[in-house]
Design a protein around this ligand. Sequence first.
Ligand SMILES: NC(=O)c1ccc[n+]([C@@H]2O[C@H](COP(=O)([O-])OP(=O)(O)OC[C@H]3O[C@@H](n4cnc5c(N)ncnc54)[C@H](OP(=O)(O)O)[C@@H]3O)[C@@H](O)[C@H]2O)c1
Length: 427
Amino acid sequence: MKNIGIGIVGIGNIGSYLYKEINSKKNEIYKNLGFKINIVGVSAKNFKKKRSIKLNKKLFFKNPIDLAKDDKINILFELIGMSDGISKKVVETALRNKKHVITANKALISKHGELLSKVAEKNNVNLEFEASVGGGIPVLRTIKDGLATNKISKVVGILNGTSNYILTEMEKTKKSFNDVLAKSQKLGLAEANPKFDLDGSDVLSKVKILSSLAFKKKISNNSCLKNGIENIDLKDIEMANNLNLRIKLLGITEIINNKLFERVHPSLVPKDNYIANINGAMNAVILNGSPVGESVLQGEGAGPGPTSSALMSDLLSILRGNIKYPFGIPNNKRFKIHSYNSDFYENSLYLRLEVRDQPGVLSDITKNLAKFKISIERLIQIPDKKNKKATIVIITHKCFEKNSLSCVKSLNKNKSILKNPVLIRLF
Ligand SMILES: NC(=O)c1ccc[n+]([C@@H]2O[C@H](COP(=O)([O-])OP(=O)(O)OC[C@H]3O[C@@H](n4cnc5c(N)ncnc54)[C@H](OP(=O)(O)O)[C@@H]3O)[C@@H](O)[C@H]2O)c1
């Protein structure tokens, strides 16, 4: 196979950059590896749409499924982005027609990676998805190849550039969440509908892919602890700053007592910790393994350049030969893993309560905490005399997740607490 036909489904942000990148690198690839690669078909939703790249109209397939089956294609890129529907159909059809597939689609892989990897293995083709986690950071290949024989116990990451940018900018500019979100949308760092970036869903998809590779298990479909950054207020950012901490949206996966604990939530990280200093749209992943110890990877987590870098590395990996298992080891050697019961997760908490400034409120709150076996390490009270209100910030000693959630529920019923309490876990 020296002439390689390439198809690209999805020529939006990423697909159009990749189109240029393949054309600009094809001579170098021929010189170095002896393969003549050519884009022989593209597809998107709207044939008539004006695009930033000049497309040869003859290459356009109105139906992406026809492209996925076309005889001229050896390798298909899926760059649409849906977790189901046409994305799944295109990838599955291509694999069943013995085409190698490369995708940047974390939603698809985290949901249907099991089925699709089975189909790839059965048809003796590759399914590559390096660009689905960490953009340009080669984290999946690092786990599959560079750390292949390590026993990985924990992975911690900043895996969403949009959230990290918003948290960084709020601290830097002292502007509100909504103002910074609007700015990041203007800069193209947040999508028009940023829901999945902000509510932790995007990070959770990536965590699920990381877990399955790092621990060599099936992708979990367990329900997970997932909180986003939508409720982080400038007050919390400033309070964290005063406490020498910084708020980061972390994706964490680890094995506890042979069970899988995956979680996504904002965390208060000491400012001198490495992960607290990953700023702006940057991503980072810290892997703990034996015998390697701690490995840290950092880089641009999104955008057409970094994402295309990962897609091109998948392309070259396929060209260099050998059919690789999508998840590093054969499917029949990857088993299900039970999930850790997050009720027993022990952690210190940051609680912010907006209260009426009146006698008895503080003692009600401390009684409530005691009822749920939560003890206080530090308490800060900031009065707002003019409005007869006060802000109370409590840092607790370690307590069980189950108790902390029940406590917040119970505090919510207290009429002297004016807004839903803010709970952030300490790292
Ligand atoms: N953007 C990033 O920084 C980034 C980073 C890492 C991974 N990714 C992943 O890369 C993938 C693509 O993202 P993107 O930012 O390039 O998205 P995008 O700009 O929205 O592009 C999506 C493309 O899919 C096409 N499409 C939509 N529905 C279709 C359908 N029913 N049939 C055929 N084509 C269809 C669209 O066609 P039209 O052009 O005709 O509308 C468009 O070309 C996603 O999986 C995303 O998660 C993106």
